[in-house]
Design a protein around this ligand. Structure first.
Ligand SMILES: Cc1cc2nc3c(=O)[nH]c(=O)nc-3n(C[C@H](O)[C@H](O)[C@H](O)COP(=O)(O)OP(=O)(O)OC[C@H]3O[C@@H](n4cnc5c(N)ncnc54)[C@H](O)[C@@H]3O)c2cc1C
Ligand code: SF4
Ligand code: SF4
Length: 1009
């Protein structure tokens, strides 16, 4: 850290209760958002109170340091980026302060979806619906004047803000709303506020004509400051002015928002067109039926939708070139259906514009239709290659009547510059999201982007549209604002001077002097790293990055882009692939989601701070590859503390719209840390469950006494960091491998027919041999011979997850030859632990690139999946006895990551009498051995609380899941057992009488008849 940053950090830590970080790692985390820009700030403050914000403003003014407010950092125009201090409101200032009948008072960091989850049971919600509602914060919704598909009903945020508590650039705090004026002047008792209002009123009244004469005619406008309607005969509407000002006039610390009743009856129609122009022409017809939403998708979106989900393939007719999604609402269900029928009929039959249509009135079907917009649009990010769908001219809006002609003009402009682009539009209100496919690493493409913006904006202004209808000016559009507003731009300048004379608040946005702002600070291209071994003789990294990207994956890097050194790649991938993954993250922030509808990062979910987000990990690696961070950062504790916030659950990789493999990036980075610093004792210990199991097994009475004894647990907690409060499983007196040897299962079978090799892994072996017994019994009952190779070791998943790659590789090198040989002899490999299946199928190929590893990966399956496949081909015995019980099923993350559906749950549903309820409460929070550690214990419980309480409180007799770590969590704080689906299956087959007795003893309601 340089001297200035050290001083600022120390000064501010003395002034605010929130956190202050000025280290390299944190600066990199906050240097980007969802836009195409990257700017390193000076420091990060996470205020806890309005007083913290005011203290920062005073300090910033004294030292002439810019202040940039930030919420989730999902802005598409770089609105929250800057060289000064970032104020991150999303971390601590996210409370709902009070709720009244039709208003709610909140802090700015609350996420829109969380607010709506709070309001829904009251039959209300916040109306405007920006697409990223699961992550976007209300401070930003207000600062951007956000809106979404339902603008036709709710308009934008501006119409829903009652009052704001703000901090001015000089630190003054005040509540503002609709301010009364007497003879054009304020009579407010607060002198600072009075001065401010009087200056504003004077400026607005002097320029009333200019303001009225320089407004776009589009229904929406988010460029410049909102001046019309601020000064009226009734007074001065401060909220109207401040909403949409992008944090350039004041910082918002609290807000009172109007809430709206939830709609009564809704219906959604999909209208299909064979020409984009027909869809555009249909919009004016549809508007006559008072839709609440009318969105348009082009051909590219439709083909992505077809590829993403077979249901869309069936839904979208061949030949569809464009689609309109229309939502209608009514208080009467019959009236709704009739209006929908008339609307569809007019567009299809009478006007002959659409060639096909679908209608939905049920919640699930409407949800499926809406997912087209919410989920498919972001999959544009998945498209690989060096060109990306860029947010830059993505936010133009025009009067809806101009839409048909404008689309033709837009296509002409694109053709002229030989650029392809995707189009998604809120067509009902003329808002167009156009994303050209360009490569920012190519200076020619950057030029094209600029030329495209010039021509497109000319076309927009020619029809009295606006360069921004939703996302704001930020870095992308501020330099075009004078072109849109002409003389009125000077009034914007005066407005900024009144609020912020020293230009402290988010300077350069909305008003600014830099004509090239939009092409400065573009995110640097990440070149594939030169490895330490490839550093040239004189010690400097190789000059030309292309020389290092010898791998098949081609990352196109302009000649001359300097290659960064990386210590050594520990995983089996090329420098080019590493760079490609890091670049794939576009910063959209979808991985900050915390709503129950997604599994996204369990760690971020309970500790919602930027460093916990998956995006943070990509940003750090990209920082190293682009030279923003020194490669030595990888071996620092600051870096390790961020990397440790990834527990390798794989959920982000599954749900990220761009499919970025964050866990792989983190395994690589952790491996570099371990290579430089070695393994810490607690990491080492928890990666050696096999050793603990073997030693503990030898002394099992003592080990089990230790597990149950408070004093002994206190020692374990203090010395080894294993949380004292965690309910630990007891060690088996005799491990399964020894039992298997006695039962001669460790000899290859001589039987013909189906045969499996059981890969036991640690938990079943040392802690739950009964599970292994259940597997053998079920397999044998179904005519499948089971072989347990005596030399198999643990899978090594825990080692992979902590970056102990060399150790994991040695384990894999022992397992792979014997498993591969078994495959060659006709065995399938089955596991009862999803992590083990994941390790063999996905992690081993990251450790070694050879035929045997691939053979093992291709022939390993989860045991329940194996049995379910037998059932699908009619080979599974169905002589199942009723099990009279109700169980709650939890699907583990690693099973989800295998992408095999839910075979264990499916098998349970075959058991007569057994009532199975899926518990959708997200990740269990155990994340392998993460939840065993003292330092993580509380967070782990917080993350898994939904699941724990569901098992405890809902009417289940038992929980059920495949994963041993999830089982530990589900049994925390309850005497109800959590049982592997295979054990329940064995129970239903009438097997394992010992196990049956044990299970029913622990859960007397569970009975087999
Ligand atoms: C895939 C995708 C889809 C999107 N769809 C939409 C959409 O449908 N509609 C839409 O409107 N936007 C959309 N956006 C843009 C973006 O998500 C929204 O603008 C959102 O409101 C930004 O929220 P945030 O919390 O991430 O804000 P940030 O990006 O962190 O900040 C946005 C602005 O708000 C200011 N700000 C934040 N907090 C405060 C505060 N307390 N006081 C003063 N200023 C503050 C910041 O300084 C900045 O200028 C989309 C973005 C993505 C990536
Ligand atoms: S990791 Fe994926 S979801 Fe997260 S910001 Fe990057 S692209 Fe978006
Ligand atoms: S793998 Fe899991 S823990 Fe790691 S970043 Fe992704 S979601 Fe978070």
């Amino acid at each position: 850290m340089d001297e200035q940053r050290v001083r600022i950090q120390e000064d501010l830590r003395g002034l605010v209760a929130g956190e202050v970080r000025c280290d390299d790692v944190f600066l990199q985390l906050y240097a980007s958002d969802a836009s195409i820009y990257q700017i390193q700030p000076l420091g990060i403050v996470r205020p806890r109170t309005g007083a913290d914000v005011a203290a920062c403003a005073v300090y910033a003014t004294e030292h002439r340091i810019p202040l940039h407010a930030r919420g989730a950092g999902t802005g598409l125009a770089g609105e929250s980026l800057g060289q000064g201090l970032i104020l991150d409101f999303s971390c601590h200032m996210r409370r709902i302060i009070s709720t009244a009948a039709d208003t709610v008072r909140v802090q700015p960091g609350i996420v829109l979806e969380r607010l709506n989850a709070h309001l829904r049971p009251l039959g209300r919600h916040f109306g405007p619906d920006p697409a990223m509602s699961t992550v976007t914060t209300m401070g930003s919704v207000v600062a951007i004047d956000a809106s979404g598909s339902h603008w036709l009903k709710y308009g934008s945020a501006r119409g829903h803000v009652k009052s704001l508590r703000i901090v001015l650039a000089d630190g003054a705090e005040m509540e503002v709303g609709h301010e009364p004026l007497l003879h054009g002047r304020s009579a407010d008792p607060d002198e600072r506020k009075r001065e401010l209002i009087d200056s504003l009123a004077a400026l607005l009244s002097q320029n009333a004509e200019l303001i009225a004469g320089h407004q776009p005619k589009s229904l929406v406008n988010r460029s410049g400051y909102e001046l019309p309607g601020v000064l009226t005969d009734e007074g001065l509407n401060m909220c109207r002015l401040l909403v949409g000002s992008e944090g350039t006039l004041a910082l918002v610390t609290e807000m009172t928002l109007a809430t709206a009743p939830l709609p009564k009856h809704r219906g959604v129609a999909l209208l299909f067109f064979d020409r984009l122009e027909s869809a555009a022409r249909a919009v004016s017809e549809i508007l006559q039926f008072s839709p609440v939403a009318c969105d348009l998708m082009d051909r590219r979106h439709l083909s992505l939708a077809r590829e993403s989900d077979v249901r869309y393939d069936l839904l979208i007719p061949a030949g569809a070139e464009a689609l309109l999604l229309v939502e209608l609402e009514a208080t009467d269900a019959l009236e709704l259906r009739e209006r929908m029928r008339l609307m569809v009929d007019r567009v299809r039959r009478r006007k002959k514009l659409a060639f096909d249509a679908r209608q939905a009135f049920g919640v699930d079907e409407m949800e499926l239709y809406w997912r087209l917009a919410a989920k498919v649009v972001p999959t544009l990010y998945r498209l690989k290659g060096s060109t990306r769908a860029l947010p830059f001219v993505e936010d133009v809006a025009i009067p809806p009547a101009a839409l048909p002609d404008f689309l033709v003009e837009m296509q002409n402009v694109l053709k002229r510059h030989q650029i392809t682009a995707s189009l998604f539009a809120h067509a009902g209100h003329g808002q167009l999201h156009i994303r050209p496919f360009l490569d920012l690493a190519d200076p020619e493409h950057v030029k094209k982007l600029e030329l495209l913006a010039n021509d497109l904006y000319d076309a927009v202004l020619a029809v009295s549209g606006t360069i921004s209808g939703e996302h704001g000016d930020g870095l992308s559009r501020t330099s075009f604002v004078p072109r849109q507003y002409g003389e009125l731009y000077n009034v914007f300048r005066d407005m900024k001077r009144i609020f912020d004379p020293n230009n402290i608040l988010n300077p350069g946005k909305v008003v600014g002097d830099d004509p090239d702002l939009h092409t400065r600070n573009l995110r640097p291209r990440t070149a594939p790293p030169a490895l330490a071994a490839e550093v040239s003789a004189n010690g400097s990294p190789l000059e030309n990055a292309e020389a290092t990207s010898a791998a098949e994956v081609s990352v196109v890097v302009p000649p001359g882009t300097p290659s960064r050194q990386w210590v050594e790649l520990e995983l089996n991938w090329s420098p080019a692939e590493l760079a490609e993954v890091a670049t794939d993250c576009n910063g959209c922030g979808a991985c900050r989601a915390q709503d129950p509808g997604v599994r996204m990062c369990p760690i971020f979910r309970f500790a919602p701070a930027e460093e916990a987000s998956p995006r943070a990990k990509a940003n750090l690696v990209r920082g190293v590859l682009s030279g923003q961070l020194d490669v030595a950062t990888l071996s620092t504790d600051d870096f390790k503390s961020v990397a440790d916030l990834c527990v390798n659950c794989k959920m982000c990789r599954l749900e990220c719209p761009a499919g970025v493999d964050i866990p792989k990036l983190m395994i690589e980075a952790k491996a570099n840390y371990v290579a430089a610093n070695g393994l810490r004792l607690d990491d080492w210990l928890l990666s050696r469950l096999d050793l603990i199991g073997t030693l503990g097994g030898l002394l099992s009475p003592f080990a089990n006494w230790t597990i149950g004894n408070r004093q002994a647990r206190w020692v374990l907690d203090k010395v080894l960091g294993i949380a004292q409060g965690r309910k630990l499983p007891r060690l088996a007196t005799r491990n399964f491998m020894r039992r298997a040897a006695r039962r001669r299962l460790t000899r290859p079978t001589r039987r013909s027919g189906r045969k499996v090799l059981y890969f036991v892994d640690s938990y079943a072996n040392y802690f739950d041999p009964q599970l292994a017994d259940a597997l053998i019994a079920v397999m044998e009952h179904n005519g499948v011979a089971v072989y347990v190779h005596p030399d198999q070791r643990q899978s090594g998943m825990a080692m992979v997850s902590i970056g102990a790659i060399e150790k994991a590789r040695r384990v894999a090198q022992q397992n792979v030859p014997l498993l591969a040989e078994a495959v060659r002899q006709g065995y399938s490999i089955v596991t009862t632990e999803p992590s083990a299946a994941l390790c063999l199928t996905q992690e081993y190929p990251m450790l070694a690139d050879d035929d045997e590893t691939r053979l093992v990966a291709d022939n390993t399956v989860d045991a329940c999946h194996y049995l379910w496949q037998m059932h699908l081909t009619g080979k599974l015995q169905l002589d199942l006895k009723p099990v009279n019980a109700t169980v709650g099923y939890h699907q583990p993350c690693h099973l989800k990551a295998l992408a095999i559906g839910s075979p264990g749950e499916n098998l349970l549903r075959l058991i007569p009498g057994l009532s199975v309820t899926r518990v959708e409460r997200g990740c269990s929070g155990m994340a392998g051995t993460y939840g065993l550690r003292r330092k993580n214990y509380r967070n782990s419980l917080r993350a898994g609380w939904g699941l724990i309480s569901a098992v405890r409180d809902l009417g289940f007799q038992a929980g059920t899941t495949e994963c041993s770590a999830c089982k530990i969590q589900m049994e925390q704080g309850t005497t109800k057992p959590t049982i592997h689906p295979l054990k329940l299956l064995a129970l239903a087959y009438g097997m394992l009488p010992e196990a049956a007795a044990l299970l029913t003893a622990r859960s007397p309601e569970l009975s087999v008849t």
